[in-house]
Design a protein around this ligand. Structure first.
Ligand code: GDP
Length: 455
């Protein structure tokens, strides 16, 4: 990877008529020179690191005015990438930032790849891989808790324990290898001590691994489909839940024909609710499309809220719908509970139920609790901080765990010392992949290609 190139990108979202400020970012050896070519500052403002300069961006040849902007200078090594970084804080929207970016490219910069600024920060040792991944998580966070978990990662709350685990493995490896090389000169290995240390490592690895489920939920969120016969109160339920009028509530059966998507947060987990059209056998063409779509969306959901009308009780149609969604996790929502004195009779196999009176905004908290119980968030606190590892980290940790278990087996079976070291090295390699101490270029490509451009 050639790091003598200066890269450029628009670092803010590019949306017409939105955002009062847009930032174009440069990083690399010629960043400062490019700024000198295209930015003119009136008066006696000093151009030095970590200062903001006010002025005009002009085409260097024609002197045409491109934007009135601020220039932020962050010279190496005190910058995000540890290279010289320049930011032009331009007017928002599309045109100003695009024209400024174009000028930077004409002046010799290259358009940055997705995540390339962060990749440089990693390659230059400013961040380890867990922190780099946390930055992407932070940018993509859809709930305050997801953002918090990302911040913990950025602050090194995953990096530190992994580095410690790896250091202990390296210590044990050194002790064993010394016995292989200088067997006669050293006291024999303390096998009990080694087994105890590796068992402790396994406990810690297990604890961190347990955060993977929560990490996955925080990152990708949950897709929940609300299904049920027409008029049982699905729209009312979604309305009560989202407390905003995204779905139309009406007395006419079958009027919610579209799948309306709503973004909510339940216990920190971003939830996408698919409010689906009433499911029933129908000859009405338009309604049929809605019904099919709702069944399709239920197939793609992580969790189905099958809603029934408490007053009507458990009907044959409800049973049919239940049969078609049964392969997904299902919570039965008994709505309109305000209309009955006693809960309707249900089939024995349905145990997970929640009673609601959606039109009166009642039962939503119980519903959220049932959802959380169903998905089992598996939150594990480490040093009072929430960790939430991602799939890549979980896969590497699992490899480390297997290798460590094999070391213990090799010790128990009194296999030759070489067998112990092979597995220990396996664990060291896997842990190193998490922090990036041992990582291949293709793994880096895969990680950083998921970033947005300008990050
Ligand atoms: P959908 O077709 O399943 O989306 O049902 P709607 O949400 O449109 O509700 C159908 C009718 O039932 C509306 O008149 C709602 O006001 C009424 N409704 C919804 N939830 C409740 C409830 O909990 N109690 C009572 N009494 N009526 C409700």
């Amino acid at each position: 990877m050639a790091t003598n190139e200066t890269i450029a990108a628009i670092a803010t979202a590019v949306v017409p008529t939105q955002g009062s400020v847009g930032i174009v970012r440069l990083s690399g050896v010629t960043a400062y020179k490019i700024a000198q070519q295209i930015f003119q500052s009136p008066g006696t403002q000093v151009w030095e690191s970590h200062r903001i300069v006010y002025g005009y961006i002009r085409h260097p040849k024609t002197q045409q005015l491109i934007d009135e902007a601020l220039l932020l200078i962050m010279l190496s090594p005190r910058s995000y990438t540890r290279e010289d970084v320049i930011e032009f804080h331009c007017h928002g929207g599309i045109m100003a930032v695009q024209q400024v970016l174009q000028l930077c490219l004409e002046a010799g910069a290259r358009l940055a790849q997705p995540g390339e600024f962060t990749l440089r920060a990693f390659l230059n040792g400013r961040l380890d891989l867990t922190q780099a991944e946390s930055i992407n998580d932070l940018v993509g966070a859809k709930s305050p808790q997801a953002a918090q978990a990302a911040l913990m990662g950025l602050e090194g709350f995953l990096r530190s324990p992994i580095i410690q685990l790896r250091a202990t493995c390296l210590d044990i490896l050194a002790e064993i290898e010394a016995r292989i090389d200088f067997e006669e000169d050293l006291p024999p290995l303390n096998i009990e001590d080694i087994t105890a240390k590796i068992s402790q490592l396994l406990v810690k690895v297990g604890e961190i691994l347990e955060t993977a489920n929560r990490g996955e939920l925080l990152r990708s969120g949950l897709k929940i489909a609300i299904v049920g016969r027409p008029n049982v109160g699905k729209s009312s339920l979604l309305n009560a839940w989202s407390k905003c009028d995204r779905a139309i509530v009406t007395d006419l059966p079958g009027t919610t024909r579209d799948v309306v998507e709503s973004q909510l947060v339940v216990g920190g987990i971003p939830v996408q609710v698919l409010d689906t059209a009433g499911i029933r056998e129908t000859s009405d063409k338009v309604e049929k499309i809605g019904v099919e779509r709702s069944l399709t969306s239920a197939q793609g959901a992580d969790l189905v809220l099958l809603t029934i009308d408490a007053f009507a009780g458990w009907t044959e149609e409800d049973a049919d719908i239940y049969t078609s969604v049964q392969h997904r996790p299902v919570i039965l929502v008994i709505n309109k509970i305000d209309l009955v004195e006693t809960k309707p009779q249900l089939p024995d196999n349905i145990t997970l139920t929640v009673e609601t009176a959606a039109a009166q905004n009642k039962g939503i908290e119980r519903l959220e609790q049932a959802i959380l119980t169903t998905v089992q968030t598996g939150s594990v606190k480490s040093a009072d901080m929430d960790l939430a590892i991602n799939q890549r980290q979980a896969a590497a940790l699992t490899r480390a765990k297997i290798s460590l278990q094999q070391v213990i087996e090799a010790v128990t079976d009194t296999l030759p010392l070489d067998f112990w070291t092979i597995d220990l090295r396996g664990a060291i390699q896997a842990l190193g992949e998490i922090t990036g101490e041992e990582v291949t270029e293709s793994v880096l490509d895969r990680i950083f290609s998921r970033f947005c451009i300008g990050k």
